[in-house]
Ligand binder design. Structure first.
Ligand SMILES: [Mg+2]
Length: 182
């Protein structure tokens, strides 16, 4: 599974006048399902608890719970890149990486794995979700319709997938009704 390193301020929360980033619930649902997620934030230095405590002031309980279950802690000291497993398939979401962190990635030819987040763009998290989704497609060889649906809409039981299933059922019913068997 591809690793995803997650910053908090400027990614899941707005950096100024701190509040939940628009679209954060759907974004968290998506990334926690499809990536092996790791914290990469000043709020986590080896222990996820402070990050979750901080997030609990701004995020809905169900979103917080998904993060609690899925996101693993990292330890880093000076540069966030210390915690990144550059040998693995990974992406890193951050709003303000240091020049030295970018240089570290460039030296290892993985600078394209850094996705810089700018929450002042409208629909930034939905845009990133789509970008990550397209990257999943390019690395996954699809073997079945079920797998395709899991990637595109999420697994059964999630809101996005059930919305798809309901819409698809309606579509099937309409097709059947407009072409009644003779
Ligand atoms: Mg940040």
């Amino acid at each position: 599974m591809t690793k995803l390193y997650l910053d908090i301020d400027g990614v899941l929360l707005t950096a100024r006048h701190t509040q939940a980033a628009p679209g954060v619930a759907a974004f968290v649902e998506f990334v926690t399902q499809h990536f092996a997620c790791y914290w990469l934030t000043t709020h986590c230095k080896g222990d996820s608890a402070p990050a979750l405590r901080y997030l609990s002031r701004f995020l809905a309980p169900d979103t917080l719970e998904k993060l609690r279950q899925a996101v693993q802690p990292t330890f880093w000291d000076t540069l966030k890149t210390e915690a990144i497993d550059v040998a693995a398939d990974f992406y890193w979401l951050d709003d303000s990486p240091f020049q030295s962190e970018i240089a570290y990635l460039q030296a290892r030819s993985v600078a394209d794995r850094l996705l810089v987040v700018n929450l002042s763009n409208a629909d930034e998290l939905p845009r990133l979700q789509q970008l990550l989704q397209s990257k999943l497609y390019s690395t996954t060889s699809l073997t079945s319709l079920a797998e395709h649906l899991n990637i595109q809409y999420g697994i059964r039981g999630t809101i996005t997938r059930e919305e798809f299933e309901t819409g698809f059922k309606q579509f099937q019913d309409e097709v059947l009704n407009s072409n009644p068997p003779k």
